[in-house]
Design a binder for this molecule. Structure first.
Ligand SMILES: [Zn+2]
Length: 414
């Protein structure tokens, strides 16, 4: 059944999926209690940390909300398989998929400017058009039993297949050069609704027909339905509600995940952290060998880390940036707030110095700044040397863009 809430593994807690969280007004991830009087929000902080591992906070609502009766069943995730197994299944996937020309051109083109050797050695792929055939071919490399617990793999009535959408598959490699997950950069990010304003009642907006038919509800009652074009809005001006709904481009990057599918597995617990080294090193890096890096740079996302580390190697060699060593290592975090599971990785790599290189536009975001400060304080406390890379936002949003514009960052120690 398609619902607005979904049961979770915790009794009495529902995930808010097709309406918006009363605290952050976004959809997906936040939890509502069946009493309707409290919320666990994954985006807005409160005094009470609900879960540190999943970064979420408990909020009591001044006025309880009505809990929808459209509750989807919880399909339990299979526990994620051990790393060796993930690496074997994903290795078989890499063997049996290829990179389409349009995706190659995207990586090789002006915007990313990756060399042919980078694109090949880093093993970017296109999400397969006939996933069930890919899975069949994978079974020449691994037993289908190994598909259990692999994010992305699930079963339908015909057998095993892969969940996802057309786009570029970006491998996440751990500190032992094992492939532990993928992100998909989708070709068509679609649209999503944006609700802005102050509301007395519970206002929700969702796309009920792709790509652009929007339905607005107030307290569960349909207020308006309309095909919205770009720049157009639905105004909501009724007793005590002042705001509007518009459409904006949806998310571009997704985890390869089969959460909420039969025999499926989510990408998280924990989300993959990507270790990027220049291809000159990647070439020689044996699977299983723990990478050592006295100094690491940290950004968000694997693709950005891959691009940045190549440029950084050139700057190190020319002496334009001083560091502890000659070849750089970049870490691509799964998200700016999810730094927690990088700590083990740093220990394993015997890291002494950490340089944060987050997107410059993120530094105006309150939530990002707080997460970054927590991370820095924590690192300092553990005895790391901590630095921050800064550059002019006009020279590029991310560190990859900045390098592509032939600039380099200022590095400040904290
Ligand atoms: Zn929320």
């Amino acid at each position: 059944m398609r619902g607005t809430l979904r049961r979770t593994r915790m009794k009495d807690w529902f995930e808010v999926i097709r309406e918006t969280c009363p605290i952050c007004h976004k959809s997906g991830g936040c939890l509502l209690h069946s009493d309707g009087n409290r919320v666990v929000c994954i985006r807005v902080e409160s005094k009470t940390v609900f879960s540190k591992k999943m970064t979420s906070w408990l909020h009591y609502l001044k006025e309880p909300v009505k809990v929808s009766k459209d509750v989807e069943d919880y399909i339990p995730d299979s526990p994620k398989a051990p790393i060796e197994q993930l690496n074997a299944v994903y290795g078989a996937m890499l063997e049996n998929t290829s990179l389409q020309d349009n995706h190659y051109d995207h990586l090789n083109g002006e915007k990313r400017a990756m060399q042919d050797s980078e694109i090949k050695l880093r093993e970017y792929r296109s999400f397969p058009t006939k996933a069930w055939n890919t899975v069949k071919a994978m079974q020449h490399h691994v037993d289908s039993d190994a598909f259990n617990g692999t994010p992305g793999l699930f079963t339908n009535k015909f057998g095993w297949t892969i969940a996802g959408a057309p786009g570029i598959l970006i491998p996440y490699r751990n500190e032992k050069n094992q492939v532990i997950g993928f992100q998909i950069r989708v070709d068509n990010p679609g649209l999503k609704t944006v609700l802005e304003g102050t509301f007395k009642d519970r206002v929700t907006a969702e796309i009920i027909e792709k790509p652009n038919k929007v339905q607005v509800k107030i307290n569960g009652e349909v207020f308006e339905e309309k095909y919205l074009s770009a720049g157009e809005r639905i105004d909501i001006m009724t007793n005590g509600n002042y705001g509007s709904v518009s459409l904006k481009k949806g998310q571009r990057y997704f985890w390869l995940s089969s959460a909420n599918k039969e025999n499926g597995t989510g990408a998280g617990n924990p989300l993959p952290v990507h270790i990027a080294v220049p291809v000159s090193q990647l070439k020689q890096w044996e699977v299983g060998e723990v990478h050592q890096a006295e100094s690491v740079w940290i950004t968000e996302g694997a693709l950005k880390a891959d691009i940045a580390v190549e440029h950084m190697e050139r700057l190190y060699k020319s002496g334009q940036i001083q560091d502890l060593e000659k070849t750089p290592t970049f870490i691509g975090l799964p998200g700016v707030a999810t730094w927690f599971n990088v700590l083990e990785v740093l220990k394993g790599m015997n890291t002494k110095m950490v340089t944060l290189a987050y997107d410059m536009d993120m530094l105006s975001n309150h939530d990002v700044l707080r997460a970054m400060k927590d991370f820095m304080v924590h690192l300092k406390g553990e005895g790391y040397k901590v630095r921050m890379a800064m550059w002019n936002e006009q020279d590029g949003k991310g560190i990859d863009d900045m390098f592509l514009n032939s600039k380099f960052p200022q590095v400040k120690e904290f």
